[in-house]
Design a protein around this ligand. Structure first.
Ligand code: SF4
Ligand code: SF4
Length: 90
């Protein structure tokens, strides 16, 4: 699982930065193309959902997602590892 902020929805209210027990959301520092400062993620792999949801087969926290007024926080499944083909030239 991978934590993402949907920049097309986020309005930079920073409510998410207040609630995460691991301080994964940090106040951003740069305006994006829409003039909004979207929070940055500090080591999002530390999120309980990213680390443990597979093990427990369910979401474990999700407070940031609940508090976000714009439904901008999601988790996505990461692409499974796909081995690259090896081409041997003679
Ligand atoms: S789900 Fe919980 S631990 Fe994960 S980023 Fe959101 S508030 Fe933090
Ligand atoms: S709570 Fe939602 S809208 Fe507000 S800064 Fe966080 S991701 Fe963006």
């Amino acid at each position: 699982m991978k934590l993402i902020i949907d920049e097309s929805r986020c309005k930079g209210c920073n409510l998410c930065t207040l609630v995460c027990p691991y301080n994964i959301f940090q106040e951003g520092s740069e305006l994006n193309s829409k003039g909004i400062v979207v929070p940055s993620l500090d080591r999002p792999g530390r999120c309980t959902n990213c680390r443990l949801s597979k093990l427990y087969q369910r979401r474990l926290c999700g407070v940031c997602q609940l508090i976000c007024p714009d439904q901008a926080i999601h988790w996505v499944e990461e692409e499974p590892y796909e081995p690259l083909g090896v081409v041997i030239e003679f």
